[in-house]
Design a protein around this ligand. Structure first.
Ligand SMILES: Cc1cc2nc3c(=O)[nH]c(=O)nc-3n(C[C@H](O)[C@H](O)[C@H](O)COP(=O)(O)OP(=O)(O)OC[C@H]3O[C@@H](n4cnc5c(N)ncnc54)[C@H](O)[C@@H]3O)c2cc1C
Length: 426
């Protein structure tokens, strides 16, 4: 299976070369676009320099046929995948962090600002200081937390970092380090799907539990799961096996347990099974697309899109990719990155009037995903998902999951991360 996955990864990383050569022979029909750049090329604005945004921005810029602007407020990229290695103390934060400078060399215009609105009628993205016109817009702003779903959370936000977005890792590590040195209870929670990277709460619990064993921490991790089993369902068996065989003394698993409220001052989490006092907490809240998407009327909890193109259901000039999207596809960086490449291809073809829309009933494959659930420093469970659909029907996910954690997947997870980070920012 590892070879199969590596070949697949190689194929999808090579797709940008195909894009480049396809685009090389094209005449760009800039005259047909409402707002071409000074040099006559159509303008594409990409919102979000995460996994999806970089897949799109890079592939578009490499074609050299469009003027690409990337809106991203941060100066560097930090990866959420592999952050468990940082939490457990195996890697420094710098292992997860990369400069955006390689994007500048590709001719991408980087604007270090947040998009605060989208004027769809005028085809403009609005920031605090400017309006950026676009012919096509790619949105990949990730997720926001539904703080209002847990009474008391907003008041205690500073003491309750979630760590499911970049730049929150240091605050989560502080919670973990306090727990590992002082002991007591650490609560980690998992919400009901859909949420970003479903295996991550279980991975986090196990990686901290391994450190408890090594450092002799007196206490336990209480893993409060809103679900009946670890998510997504195909990984339940290997995750439960790992927790029971390796961490029975460190992790107390509480399935089917809903959070009711939190009191950060008293350090008490109220649940459907009673109140739990904690020393450290990592509460993983339910998630949704950022408000930018709702305010632009592109969806409710998640952006509404048309598959397989990822065009907004409300606006053909807008593509929404990555974890902001409401589809059954896995919320994974791997999917987000390859979807970015796919929509770049579609935008280039559309500009040339060459976009092919498949008729109803056609079978198409959708961007595949790989997620890793680390279990120890060197062992992981691999989850490989290949989604496909018949046009007009909902997509279906085919899962291939390691039956048990193993060192080959532990190594493959690190190799995967390096190749993805290189593809984004190499
Ligand atoms: C602990 C953990 C482990 C994970 N492990 C894996 C794994 O093994 N494999 C895997 O494939 N995936 C994994 N993921 C999931 C992966 O991180 C996400 O699926 C991926 O980040 C989604 O990409 P995205 O582009 O949608 O969002 P992001 O990568 O979050 O990027 C969003 C970007 O948009 C920017 N932004 C937000 N709002 C605005 C705005 N208004 N204007 C401008 N910019 C804005 C943000 O600053 C951010 O840089 C993991 C996630 C976590 C939390």
């Amino acid at each position: 299976m590892q070879n199969y996955v590596n070949n697949h990864l190689q194929n999808h990383l090579n797709r940008r070369l195909i894009l480049q050569s396809a685009a090389a022979g094209l005449t760009v029909l800039a005259a047909g676009c409402a707002t071409s750049a000074k040099d006559g090329r159509p303008r594409v604005v990409v919102i979000g320099g995460g996994w999806g945004g970089m897949g799109a921005a890079r592939a578009l810029a490499e074609s050299n046929k469009v003027a690409v602007t990337l809106l991203e407020p941060n100066e560097s990229f930090i990866s959420c995948p592999m952050s468990a290695l940082f939490y457990a103390g195996h890697e420094q934060l710098s292992y997860l962090q990369r400069s955006y400078a390689p994007l500048d060399k590709l001719g991408i215009r980087r604007v270090r600002e947040r998009a605060i609105g989208i004027d769809r009628a005028a085809q403009m993205v609005v920031t605090a200081t400017q309006k950026l016109p676009y012919d096509f817009l790619v949105l990949s702003p990730g997720i926001e937390y539904m703080e209002e779903s847990l009474p008391g959370y907003a008041q205690g936000r500073d003491q309750l970092p979630v760590g499911f977005r970049a730049f929150e890792q240091l605050a989560v590590k502080q919670q973990i380090d306090t727990f590992l040195s002082q002991g007591g209870n650490m609560v980690i929670t998992a919400p009901k799907p859909p949420y970003r990277c479903p295996p991550a709460p279980y991975e986090r619990a196990m990686m901290v539990a391994e450190q408890m064993k090594l450092r002799g921490t007196k206490g336990k991790i209480i893993l409060i799961d809103a679900n009946p089993n670890p998510m997504p369902p195909p990984i339940a068996k290997p995750v439960l096996h790992a927790m029971q065989s390796l961490y029975a003394d460190q992790i107390e698993y509480m399935p089917n347990t809903e959070m009711r409220s939190v009191d950060a001052a008293r350090k008490v989490l109220s649940t459907s099974k009673g109140d739990i006092s904690y020393r450290a907490a990592n509460i993983v809240l339910p998630m949704r697309a950022p408000s930018l998407i709702r305010e632009a009327k592109l969806g409710e909890r998640w952006a509404s899109i048309k598959l397989p193109t990822f065009q907004s259901s409300a606006d053909d000039k807008i593509y929404v990719i990555g974890d902001s999207v409401g589809t059954p596809l896995p919320m994974s960086g791997h999917v987000a990155f390859s979807t970015g490449q796919q929509v770049a291809n579609d935008i280039l073809a559309t500009i040339l009037g060459k976009a092919v829309r498949q008729p109803l009933g056609t079978e198409v494959t959708l961007p595949a995903g790989i997620c890793w659930c680390k279990v120890t420093k060197s062992n992981a469970i691999m989850i490989y998902v290949t989604p496909s659909m018949e046009i007009g029907q909902p997509p279906k996910n085919k899962f291939q999951v390691d039956p048990q954690h193993n060192p080959a997947s532990g190594k493959a997870s690190r190799d995967w991360a390096q190749s993805m980070w290189n593809a984004m920012l190499g």
